[in-house]
Design a protein around this ligand. Structure first.
Ligand code: BES
Ligand code: ZN
Ligand code: ZN
Length: 481
């Protein structure tokens, strides 16, 4: 879907269709016949409500409030209808709205029109359609510049989210660590950033025994992916670490059949991190950014790591494995150490992972759980998430849950002794691999819920949503000020 802005009035703008956003307080249409029709169709100005009047070539969509979610849902509802027609262009009048809503309109359009049909034998032909957005006729030059830059920025952000979705939706047969590494190289080349790929020899040589063990039974070699974006006068240094489990069977602590389905999504954190650094480079944000991804497949076999094994992580800490399905934290432990050993003077270190089912149970499928030691930083990442259109909430650590991951035989156990608070105990496990100097700079994002949802929600389709991308870009954009 192409999106263009115009300073022409809605009347003067030529298009095959018109999309009209309707709030409860608005008159639905200035045309009484149309009003009558809308009433007969029982059209209500509610989120996701739509009425298409083919004769007047108008699509009416409701929205309940002027918020990112409400407007993104409204436009994506309209765009889906538009896509189902053979009309080439649609126009939308935004002159009565504040400029800040353009972001939700552009992202709602581009995220809402996303489809994934790589595995359909018959593909829908991609139609060339255009959305023309009318902005103020006599707008001052500065306003036009601002709106155009919102448009361009939102296009890049949406492209990044859709890239993450594409990767996560790809099957484990087609997307294993080497594929992820090659894709990382491709994205790095496109964004003109550096990319280093390390294999198992490197992991062995560098004492990354926790990550190495998780991938041992897989026929695919584990890969450590490190991308770096270093703009000239960088104002800070941000490290993004991602869990890239291209498949999580659970290992010898095998998942029940029903729980294994969708575990292609266990690379969601790694994919989010890849897409985010690509977008940050494309947006020319003035920060040095590193993306470190542990791409691994957790499988079973004669060589599989076992419950009862004790692993030594890169920082020398010993980990008692009591469940091989708690593998993400083992991979992240080594990746966090690698990042902190390789990169000095870090300002922020964030990790992204589909880490626990407990997080989904606790806060629901749509929300990211945010953990860390720095209350202020946690709050500001929650705010960035909300501003960006993502849902997130802060989960608090406490000393009692911290005790539950103690081990009788090693420094730490990979699962807690309690059934409760699983998202937090996983976060506390990771805290053991965050160095003292970085404790206040670290945030853990558990995206197990929103990374992959099996039914469409709002402007998100079935499957991958690209969780983590928008909130991270928003956080960095706010750092600029
Ligand atoms: N990848 C899963 C977590 C997950 C569950 C992600 C559901 C997305 C949806 C993770 O590796 C896992 O299996 N965690 C276990 C931890 C347990 C063994 C302590 C879990 O959540 O059950
Ligand atoms: Zn697992
Ligand atoms: Zn996992």
């Amino acid at each position: 879907m192409k999106i263009n802005l115009t300073n022409s009035s809605i009347k003067k703008t030529k298009a095959d269709l018109q999309i009209i956003l309707v709030n409860e307080k608005d008159e639905k249409s200035s045309n009484s016949l149309e009003n009558e029709l809308l009433e007969s169709l029982d059209f209500k100005a509610k989120d996701e409500a739509l009425a298409f009047l083919p004769e007047s070539k108008k699509i009416f969509v409701g929205y309940e409030e002027v918020s990112y979610d409400s407007l993104a849902i409204a436009i994506s509802t309209a765009i889906k209808k538009f896509q189902s027609t053979t009309f080439k262009s649609a126009k939308l009048d935004l002159t009565s709205f504040d400029s800040s809503i353009l972001k939700s309109i552009v992202e709602g359009t581009l995220l809402g029109s996303y489809t994934f049909d790589n595995y359909k034998s018959k593909k829908e032909k991609k139609k060339k359609q255009e959305l023309i957005i009318c902005i103020q006729e006599d707008a001052p030059v500065l306003d036009n510049i601002e709106l155009n830059s919102i448009l361009e920025e939102s296009k890049i952000i949406s492209k990044a989210v859709n890239k993450a979705r594409d990767m996560v939706n790809t099957t484990p047969g087609d997307f294993y660590p080497e594929v992820m590494a090659n894709l990382a190289k491709k994205l790095a080349k496109d964004a003109k950033i550096d990319c280093k790929i390390k294999g198992e020899k490197f992991l062995e040589k560098n004492g990354m025994n926790a990550m190495l063990s998780v991938g041992r039974a897989s026929i695919h070699e584990s890969k450590l992916i490190h991308l770096s974006y270093k703009p000239k006068e960088a104002r800070g240094k941000i490290v993004l670490v991602g869990k890239g489990l291209t498949y999580d069977s659970g290992g010898l602590s095998l998942k029940p059949a029903d729980y294994m389905v969708t575990m292609k999504s266990d690379k969601g954190g790694g994919c989010a991190v890849l897409a985010t650094i690509w977008a940050i480079a494309k947006l020319d944000l003035p920060f040095e950014v590193h993306a470190v991804i542990g791409a691994v497949e957790n499988m079973i076999g004669g060589d599989a790591y076992k419950p009862d094994d004790v692993l030594v992580a890169k920082n020398g800490k010993t980990i008692e494995v009591r469940n091989t399905d708690a593998e993400g934290r083992l991979v992240l432990a080594d990746c966090l150490c690698y990042a902190q050993d390789e990169i000095d003077e870090i300002d922020y270190i964030f990790d992204y992972a589909t880490l626990t089912g407990a997080c989904v149970v606790g806060v629901g499928q749509y929300t990211t759980g945010i953990m860390g030691n720095n209350e202020k930083l946690k709050q500001s990442t929650v705010e960035s998430a909300h501003k960006s259109g993502e849902f997130a909430t802060s989960l608090d650590f406490n000393r009692y849950l911290r005790k539950t991951i103690k081990s009788q035989i090693a420094d730490i156990s990979n699962i807690a002794s309690t059934r409760y608070g699983g998202a937090i105990t996983a976060g506390l496990f990771l805290d053991n691999f965050v160095y003292e100097e970085n404790k206040d700079k670290w945030i853990h994002f558990d995206i197990a819920g929103p990374a992959f949802v099996e039914s469409a929600w709002g402007y998100n389709p079935h499957g991958a949503s690209g969780a983590g991308v928008r909130m991270t870009i928003e956080f960095l954009k706010n750092l600029k000020k």
